[in-house]
Design a protein around this ligand. Structure first.
Ligand SMILES: [Zn+2]
Ligand SMILES: [Zn+2]
Length: 186
């Protein structure tokens, strides 16, 4: 008795605290999360679900990844991976590296595909949207280059679903720079 089973509750995420307290007094113990009578995603699930929809637009032939940037529970930018604006889609041969026989994670210096996090950040720049204080949701953990961009864009939290070559260097950089990192495992 008394074990708090509810996941993703009470997080100090930038503007996305989950689990509303005080809703409906009847029968809800103090500190417990009121349950909805239907399947309602919490904020983490909501933004990550949207990231998965965004990922479907990815144009990379290797994998499809997405990032969603959130401030005060509002989506302010999204990005998926693929070749830069005006460049032939990766799946149409726009990226020689992806079209070639490079092993997964190999020849990345030759890859012209932009990463999802990179595109979410540059998309905000394109539209003149400040990201400072925001949180970034990504379907895969960020690489070192994207982590540097996340830090300098002023983002304060990264929520990722799957770890993909998530290096200690990347994790240490984010942590030292004061960016919180959470995994939304599901
Ligand atoms: Zn590609
Ligand atoms: Zn990256």
């Amino acid at each position: 008795m008394g074990s708090m089973k509810g996941k993703n509750t009470g997080r100090t995420l930038a503007g996305t605290r989950t689990g509303r307290s005080g809703r409906g007094k009847a029968g809800v113990a103090k500190g417990a999360v009121a349950r909805t009578p239907f399947a309602r995603p919490d904020w983490d699930e909501y933004f990550m679900d949207i990231a998965h929809v965004v990922a479907r637009r990815g144009n990379c032939s290797r994998r499809r990844v997405a990032a969603v940037i959130v401030k005060d529970r509002r989506i302010v930018s999204t990005g998926y991976n693929g070749t830069p604006r005006g460049v032939r889609n990766c799946f149409e041969g726009g990226c020689a590296r992806c079209a070639g026989s490079a092993p997964s994670g190999g020849d990345l210096g030759e890859c012209v595909c932009s990463h999802a996090e990179e595109n979410a950040i540059t998309q905000a720049a394109y539209h003149g949207i400040a990201l400072r204080g925001g949180a970034l949701y990504c379907t895969l953990s960020p690489c070192l280059m994207c982590a540097k961009m996340i830090v300098n864009a002023g983002l304060v939290e990264v929520v990722y679903e799957k770890a993909y070559a998530f290096s200690e260097t990347t994790r240490a950089l984010l942590t030292e720079a004061g960016v919180r990192i959470r995994r939304l495992a599901r």
